[in-house]
Write a protein that binds this ligand. Structure first.
Ligand SMILES: [Zn+2]
Ligand SMILES: [Zn+2]
Length: 98
C-alpha cells in the first residue's frame, strides 16, 4: 500500500498504516484517519492548487523539501495585499505568505 500524498510505502502500525514521510494514516478498511488536528491557520488554506504551476525554491516547514509550487491569490478586500500560496511538491503541504 502506498501513501496517496507522497507515494511512499506505508508501514503497518497496529490497526493503521502510516506514512513515515508525511505522517499520512490509513486504517485497514481504507478510510483516512485525520488524527492530526489542523490548526485554524491551516484550515484557511483551502484553495486547491493543481495543474501546471510555477515552482520556486522555498523550504517546506513540514517535510523540509526545498521546492514548492505557488499561486497568487487576491483577497476579497482590494486594499489588502495579495497572498501567495505555496504547496510543497513533496508532501503537498500548503501554506501562505503575505
Ligand atoms: Zn506520505
Ligand atoms: Zn513538504
Amino acid at each position: 500500500m502506498f501513501c496517496p500524498k507522497c507515494k511512499t510505502i506505508l508501514y503497518p502500525e497496529g490497526e493503521v498504516s502510516i506514512c513515515k514521510k508525511c505522517g499520512y494514516k490509513e486504517d485497514k478498511g481504507g478510510a483516512v484517519i485525520t488524527s492530526t488536528t489542523a490548526s485554524q491557520k491551516e484550515r484557511e488554506v483551502v484553495d486547491d492548487i493543481s495543474g501546471t504551476l510555477p515552482t520556486t525554491v522555498i523550504e517546506c516547514g513540514k517535510c523540509g523539501h526545498n521546492k514548492a509550487s505557488w499561486i497568487i491569490r487576491q483577497t476579497r478586500a482590494s486594499d489588502e495585499p495579495e497572498t501567495r500560496i505555496y504547496q510543497c511538491l513533496e508532501c503537498k503541504h500548503k501554506w501562505r505568505e503575505y
